[in-house]
Design a protein. Structure first.
Length: 324
């Protein structure tokens, strides 16, 4: 056969369903085919032919396929499977001088050699290589690479530490700012509380003033009631005085009437008719006048003792006191 195409391994992502995976390069023997899986934790497992999978397409220039129906489960999601070719780098053709020429044997040797060349080329493509003009050895390059990695790791650690310190400082600053803000807020709350207490005190004082005003108003109203009560007493006393005065005047009217009777009797006496009868009548009249005068003196005493009045009874007494 001819080998007119390059070589590269075939890689697939598992999905938990597919069980057949094709390869696009020729192989001479099924043992030259290698199948490997790599999971999410970078764990690599080399599968075993006849135990984990079967091979088809041996000797076909276009390749073939492997089927993992022998696996317990299909390749799961998150795991890759890689199918590659790996031949022993040996030459097993023994050509005998003047021996028969077999073209298939010679071509098979060329094919095998080309497969080996492709295999090494593929491996070299995954290697770190020095330029052809470089004077550095691979060992020096590797040491330089490891030193660069170490420096990068140290720089990363330093940067992480610096970032951590900066974050810590920022957090401390933020905490300090938050504490200052909280302190200012607390001071504002305290000031508001003090202002509230002042307002409440002022309100209490205002309420006390209103209570005092209401109490004074009640006192004023009570005093007004007392004044009105005293006025009623005064008016009642005046009514009593007026009534007593009326009584005194009625007594005076009685005295006057009796005086008129006395005078009339005196006129009778003076007329000389029936002297003894006139004398008896005059005595009765004098008794009536004295009784009337006694009533008048009693009324006058009541008026004078109770209200301090000077009535006309004294005058009447002076006018009629000589009747006895």
């Amino acid at each position: 056969m001819t080998i007119n195409a390059g070589y590269s391994p075939d890689r697939y992502n598992g999905n938990g369903v597919n069980t057949t995976f094709a390869y696009g390069f020729p192989i001479i023997d099924s043992s030259h085919l290698v199948a490997q899986t790599r999971d999410a934790d970078d764990l690599v497992v080399t599968l075993i032919e006849g135990t984990d999978y079967t091979v088809t397409g041996v000797g076909d220039p276009g390749g073939g396929a492997i089927t993992d129906t022998l696996l317990a489960t299909p390749v799961p999601t998150g795991t890759t499977i890689t199918v590659s070719r790996e031949i022993p780098l040996t030459q097993l053709i023994d050509l005998i001088t003047q021996g028969p020429y077999k073209a298939t044997v010679v071509e098979g040797g060329f094919d095998y050699s080309m497969m080996g060349i492709q295999q090494m080329a593929e491996e070299l493509s995954r290697c770190i290589k020095l330029g052809i003009t470089s004077e550095q050895t691979p060992e020096e390059l590797i040491a330089e690479l490891f030193a660069a990695v170490a420096a990068a790791e140290a720089a990363a650690i330093e940067a992480a530490d610096s970032a951590s310190a900066a974050a810590t400082s920022a957090m401390a600053s933020a905490a300090s700012a938050a504490a200052a803000l909280a302190s200012e807020l607390q001071a504002g709350l305290d000031a508001a509380a003090i202002a509230g207490d002042v307002l409440l005190t002022a309100a209490d004082r205002l309420q006390t003033g209103l209570d005092v005003a209401l109490t004074n108003a009640d006192v004023v109203l009570t005093n007004a009631d007392v004044v009105l009560t005293h006025a009623d007493v005064v008016l009642t006393g005046l009514d009593v005085v007026s009534t007593n005065a009326d009584v005194v005047l009625s007594g005076l009217d009685v005295v006057s009437t009796n005086a008129d009777v006395v005078l009339t009797h005196a006129d009778v006496v003076l007329s000389g008719s029936n002297a003894s009868a006139s004398a008896s009548s005059a005595a009765d009249s004098e008794t009536s006048a004295n009784n009337a005068l006694g009533y008048l003196n009693n009324f006058a005493a009541i008026a004078t003792n109770d209200y301090g009045l000077v009535t006309e009874a004294a005058t009447e007494t002076n006018d009629y006191g000589g009747l006895s």
